[in-house]
Design a protein around this ligand. Structure first.
Ligand SMILES: Nc1ncnc2c1ncn2[C@@H]1O[C@H](COP(=O)(O)OP(=O)(O)O)[C@@H](O)[C@H]1O
Ligand SMILES: [Mg+2]
Length: 239
């Protein structure tokens, strides 16, 4: 996956959150964005997934000019799962998945149902497929939300804390799925506070603090941080 961020600036109510953020990556398969709470990780993910537009700067994902791209076209190529799932409350788990497949990807209802049930089975959710989001646990709803994004086979998936509501076994399931999909050329940008998960799921690390990218490089930088900030962060999180 190629990513280019050119001088991104972004504010909320006159408070500058991201400042002069630039980055160019040509070969990452899965990028983990790590850093303390409030660093601007989720904000950067929203900008890359075109949920928000930066005040200034340019963003290219696989050579697509994200800011200038047509939203509907862009959303056919990328998927995203944010911290709080955004399932349609009036639809069942199954319908939440098949709707997107039928409407956005023109699958027949039969194809959509088959694909959805396959994925629901893989994530041990098939017995809950007729429940609505309010009848699911947080972890179950989050997995349905992940499946819904996966079902359209996007080029790139943006995940914000995908394991925050999951127990260790389901976290492993998400990890396994990411690694499997990486082999099928799906690419990932994952915000996570779990360094162990970042190390296994990603091949590239972006460490952010105070709205800036402080250090980035292959996952091995976690074992040998170059900056005092990342060193402190790793020590603190590992404690
Ligand atoms: N919608 C918003 N409105 C106002 N401030 C926001 C909004 N989203 C994020 N912020 C602020 O931007 C900063 C970075 O937030 P965020 O990107 O969520 O950080 P992280 O994901 O690293 O914890 C925080 O100070 C947060 O309070
Ligand atoms: Mg966040």
């Amino acid at each position: 996956m190629r990513i280019k961020l050119d001088n991104i600036q972004h504010s909320y109510h006159d408070k500058t959150i991201l400042q002069n953020l630039s980055l160019q990556l040509d070969h990452a398969e899965a990028i983990a964005i790590i850093g303390p709470s409030g660093a601007g990780k989720s904000t950067l993910l929203r900008l890359m997934s075109k949920i928000e537009t930066p005040d200034r700067g340019e963003i290219y994902i696989n050579d697509i000019d994200v800011i200038k791209s047509e939203a509907n076209e862009y959303y056919k190529k990328v998927g995203f799962v944010f911290q709080s799932h955004n399932l349609f409350p009036h639809l069942t788990a199954l319908q939440n998945i098949t709707l997107v497949l039928e409407k956005v990807h023109n699958k027949t209802s039969e194809e959509a149902r088959r694909l959805a049930i396959d994925l629901l089975t893989q994530f041990e959710l098939v017995e809950h497929m007729n429940k609505r989001p309010s009848q699911l646990s947080g972890g179950q709803a989050q997995r349905v939300s992940i499946i819904r994004s996966l079902a359209i086979s996007p080029e790139v998936m943006f995940l914000d804390e995908p394991t925050s509501a999951l127990d260790p076994i389901l976290t492993r399931e998400v990890l396994r799925t990411i690694l499997k999909l990486r082999e099928k050329n799906m690419r990932f940008v994952i915000v996570t506070h779990e360094l162990g998960f970042a190390k296994k799921a990603a091949d590239y690390i972006l460490f952010m603090e105070d709205g800036k990218i402080i250090e980035h490089g292959p996952v091995s930088i976690l074992d040998k941080p170059q900056t005092e900030s990342l060193k402190k962060f790793v020590e603190y999180v590992m404690e």
